[in-house]
Design a protein around this ligand. Structure first.
Ligand code: DOR
Ligand code: ZN
Length: 360
């Protein structure tokens, strides 16, 4: 069979993205705007985005960083803390621009120190979220130092997610950046739908977890640019993620978790967690899907299922991928000097055709 030379799909959205703030926005917003129509923007800034008023301000800073002519739409989130007032959810919903609330277990990852220390404390907030139809986005890892770092996602599901779902059966939940066969199995086992007929529980999957297993972090030495959280897992888990992403199951959709950190902060004695994939995200996903002979499943995963889950309209515009990729730059300019994208120096099989109004 001859290989397709182009692939045109509905413009995708990124359902999990870190744009950072201030000077970083001049880099991060154009990267994502060139690829995606919309993105769910993570709130783990310093200080964290804990109120609707802060989310509105942050949104304005993002909008003013868009390239000329771009209609990229940031979908804002709130950062859940032990002291989030339940009334904040009502305000967030009424704003029309806050689309979800993010749960970071305190200490689980970058800027999560003001996260939730005890789930019972936020039960009154979950109550209102359930009533308001506000999705809960979960960084699903336990922070217990007794639990091996590679097991933290599976243990979170057993210890916490099962209980949240039992106590709030109508709460919409996204288990973010799933990395394990256990997470895939758990999400698949939950078949409940909301009133609109869309799944109550879904999961995002990153490009880096589809493309790499944990060996990538140690190939010939320590490779900090492959260090992210949840950490890369064994090959059997990557295979489970590939199978889920390419299965056409609407409970699994695209979320890059592109998480920029300047090169000096990654190549350090205690390097930050996060992979930068936003500048070439779609090319990476296309590569992963093609490896499985499932390019025809990319559009549902990248452009339909997330919008359906969030109750948003699917995009009208389209993007085209062309065979014959460009080489990923070794470094890109960024705050504090530069940044190393995932797969730096590698030539990808696909490249995104750049539309006229958006810089590449
Ligand atoms: O690798 C990660 N980086 N995982 C996260 O959960 C947070 C993110 C970040 O903000 O850097
Ligand atoms: Zn993230």
């Amino acid at each position: 069979m001859t290989q397709p030379q182009t692939l045109t799909i509905t413009r995708p959205d990124d359902w999990h993205l870190h744009l950072r703030d201030d000077a970083a926005l001049a880099y991060t917003v154009p990267w994502s705007a060139a690829q995606f129509a919309r993105a769910i923007v993570m709130p783990n800034l310093r200080p964290a985005v804990v109120s609707t008023a802060q989310a509105l301000d942050y949104r304005m800073r993002i909008l003013s960083s868009r390239p000329y002519g771009s209609v990229f739409e940031p979908l804002m989130t709130l950062y859940l803390t032990d002291s989030t007032p339940p009334a904040e959810i009502v305000r967030a919903r009424a704003s029309g621009v806050v689309h979800a609330v993010k749960l970071y277990p305190a200490g689980a990852t970058t800027n999560s120190d003001s996260g939730v220390t005890d789930l019972e404390r936020v039960y009154p907030v979950f109550e209102v979220m359930q009533a308001e139809g506000m999705p809960l986005l979960i960084h699903g890892e336990v922070t217990d130092s007794q639990v091996d770092v590679f097991d933290r996602e599976a243990v979170f599901i057993e210890r916490h997610l099962v209980r949240i779902r039992r106590d709030f059966p109508a709460l919409k939940i996204v288990l973010e950046h799933v990395t394990t066969a256990q997470a895939v199995r758990y999400v698949r086992d939950q078949t409940a739908l909301d009133a609109r007929g869309t799944p109550l529980l879904a999961a995002t999957i990153t490009a880096h977890h589809l493309l790499y297993n944990r060996n990538a972090m140690f190939a010939g030495g320590m490779r900090p640019h492959y260090y992210c959280l949840p950490i890369l897992k064994r090959e059997q888990h990557r295979q489970a993620l590939l199978e889920a992403a390419t299965s056409g199951d609407a409970r699994f959709f695209l979320g890059t978790d592109s998480a920029p950190h300047a090169r000096v902060l990654k190549e350090a004695a205690c390097g930050c967690a996060g992979c930068l994939t936003a500048p070439h995200a779609l090319e990476l996903y296309a590569h992963a899907f093609e490896q499985c002979g499932a390019l025809h499943r990319l559009e549902g995963f990248a452009s339909f299922y997330g919008a359906d889950f969030y109750g948003l309209k699917r995009n009208d515009s389209r993007v085209t991928l062309l065979r014959g990729g460009s080489t990923v730059p070794e470094r890109l300019p960024y705050v504090d000097g530069d940044i190393v994208p995932l797969d730096a120096g590698r030539t990808l099989d696909w490249r995104l055709e750049r539309s006229g109004s958006l810089p590449g």
